[in-house]
Design a protein around this ligand. Structure first.
Ligand code: ADP
Length: 268
């Protein structure tokens, strides 16, 4: 469903040029749930932005559902969720969720039915008339997710969507996301700095190295589904998977710290 071939990305030019991504190859099959982790600045968000067509790679090619991604054109059937919720404060919850369908000119009856279904699925029946300022951060992020799901994406790109939430809210949303994924079977790519989250949710964890990044590890998470998000963290399988990824990720963090020191020394 998603193919990255020899992807490189540099920003700036001349002496200011930063090579964020050295060379990344990655193939993600339909219905997979893949997390991308790595030291800060290794290009995780850049990869999502390139898959979505927001940014062009400097080298290599990306395909989504077999078609090359073209800059400025979001691939068909692709949804993107950011760390900051994207709800519009002047619209109520139901209108926010139906917004994408309205832009597409869908009939009102179809939009209303879809919004009701989604509110029921997320346990938010009865909340459609509330405005964003009446909701908690977790609820607003849930509404953002429903706004994206309303357009039936086949591919979901999630950029640290739970990063700003407290642990309890985060775990409840993990549970909901896993249920949605089990029911709808989208291909999901999640960028996160939280290894617990990556292992709880995904089937594969890809570790990017410090910049210029490459794939340092592509780990299959050997925990069967359905997973109970509350108890899975206590299991031996969770600890084994965590250790296998941390062995590589921790080393990349250490390298990146050394890289930061050098960068700061030369700046000083
Ligand atoms: P991550 O998500 O892994 O923290 P990013 O993809 O945000 O990393 O950024 C990778 C590197 O590219 C960082 O060094 C960052 O400063 C740089 N970068 C990201 N976006 C831009 C931009 N628009 N212009 C210049 N440099 C950028």
């Amino acid at each position: 469903m998603i193919e990255l071939r020899g992807i490189g990305k540099s920003y700036g030019s001349g002496r200011e040029r930063i090579t964020a991504i050295g060379s990344v190859d990655l193939t993600i099959g339909a219905g997979e749930f893949v997390s991308i982790v790595g030291p800060s600045g290794c290009g995780k968000s850049t990869i999502l932005n390139m898959i979505a067509g927001f940014l062009p790679p400097t080298a290599g090619q990306i395909r989504v559902n077999g078609k090359p991604v073209v800059e400025g054109r979001v691939p068909e059937g692709l949804g993107y969720i950011f760390q900051k919720d994207t709800v519009l404060p002047w619209l109520d919850v139901a209108k926010n969720i139906g917004l994408g369908l309205r832009y597409r000119g869908r009939p009102k009856a179809e939009i209303d039915a879809k919004v009701t279904d989604l509110l029921n699925m997320a346990g938010l029946a009865g909340y459609g008339g509330l405005f964003p300022h009446q909701l908690s951060g977790g609820m607003r992020q849930r509404v953002s997710l429903l706004m994206t799901l309303a357009c039936d994406p086949k591919v979901l790109l999630l950029d640290e969507p739970f990063g700003a939430l407290d642990t309890h809210t985060k775990i409840v949303l993990h549970k909901e996301l896993l249920e949605i994924w089990r029911r709808l079977g989208q291909t999901i790519v999640l960028v996160t700095h939280d290894l617990d989250e990556a292992i709880t949710l995904s089937n594969r964890v890809v570790v990017l190295s410090s910049p210029p990044s490459r794939v340092a590890l592509d780990h299959e998470v050997t925990i069967p589904h359905p997973r109970d998000v509350f108890s899975v963290r206590e299991s031996d399988a969770f600890s084994r998977n965590f250790q296998a990824v941390w062995h590589v990720l921790g080393e990349e963090f250490r390298r990146n710290q050394a890289f930061d020191h050098v960068a700061h020394r030369s700046a000083a």
